[in-house]
Design a protein around this ligand. Structure first.
Ligand code: 5IU
Length: 263
């Protein structure tokens, strides 16, 4: 049977993570639990989508290392500007997976300087507690809220992140709830009073998969199973799709499924 959960609005005051409180407020104000995954190759496409779809999303997910003409000045600066104009958060889907010292450098340095602009990033639990400690140390000089999601489950066929690995990932998140505010997962994880935010990729209303292992579930299946935020990429902007119309459609479906779950 579908689970019931508190309203996003009622979770704002009590959530341990400052970033999660900000996110839940945006979701409540904009009435959206849609995160669009901006998996495009050029800065023009990225910024055009961020501007036109901005009103419908709570979060944009990025893979900035796939942008062919990337520079900090021409991609990050205008993206941050758009995030203020449309009131969305930026989630760099970096999937860190190294030891603490290395991920700290990858998070703060190089050409991307992710911690400077990405409100949210994510990491594999595989290396153990040092990965969370290293990333958290990277936020030391940042005044704005930052948050980490651990990859507890994946949407892809044959994923190894199951069972005991998933349980131990939840335990790892429990060690630092100010910073680790939730999971990338396909199901509700953790106890209700822990209030982790569950963000779920592999959501699509018109496709079953992509021929490379991706598996899609419907918006209803994801949200009634406990997902707080649906992540949609190609379902919205694949060739031949009207990205604005599809964003409205997924946002409506996501909000309707959420409303049904709350009562
Ligand atoms: N993504 C997944 N599944 C996962 C994780 C991340 O699909 O388990 I962790 C990413 C990959 C891609 C986006 O950037 O989410 C999904 O895009 P599509 O909706 O186009 O499949």
């Amino acid at each position: 049977s579908p689970i019931t959960l508190k309203a996003y609005e009622d979770r704002i005051a009590t959530h341990p993570s400052p970033l999660a409180r900000r996110l839940l407020k945006i979701m409540t104000d904009k009435k959206t639990n849609l995160c669009v995954s901006l998996d495009v190759d050029t800065k023009d496409e990225l910024l055009r989508l961020a501007d036109t779809l901005g009103p419908y999303v709570c979060v944009f997910k990025t893979h900035v290392d796939t942008i062919e003409d990337y520079t900090y000045e021409s991609v990050i600066v205008p993206l941050v500007e758009l995030s203020k104009r449309h009131n969305f958060l930026i989630f760099e889907d970096r999937k860190f997976a190294d030891i603490g010292s290395t991920v700290k450098s990858q998070y703060t340095s190089g050409i991307f300087k992710i911690v400077q602009w990405a409100h949210i990033t994510n990491a594999h639990a595989l290396p153990g507690p040092g990965i969370v400690d290293g990333l958290c140390a990277g936020t030391k000089d940042i005044s704005e809220e930052r948050g980490l999601l651990l990859l507890a489950e994946m949407s892809s066929s044959g994923s190894l992140a199951t069972g005991d690995y998933t349980d131990k990932t939840v335990d790892l998140a429990r060690r630092n709830k100010l910073f680790t505010f939730g999971f990338i997962a396909q199901n509700r994880l953790g106890a209700d009073d822990e209030d982790f935010i569950i963000m779920t990729p592999g959501v699509g209303l018109d496709d079953k998969g992509d021929g490379l292992g991706q598996q899609y579930r419907t918006v209803d299946d994801a949200v009634s199973g406990g997902s707080d935020i649906i992540i949609v990429g190609r379902g919205i902007f694949a060739k031949g799709r009207d990205a604005v119309a599809e964003s409205k459609r997924y946002r409506e479906a996501g909000w309707k499924a959420y409303t049904a779950r709350v009562k």
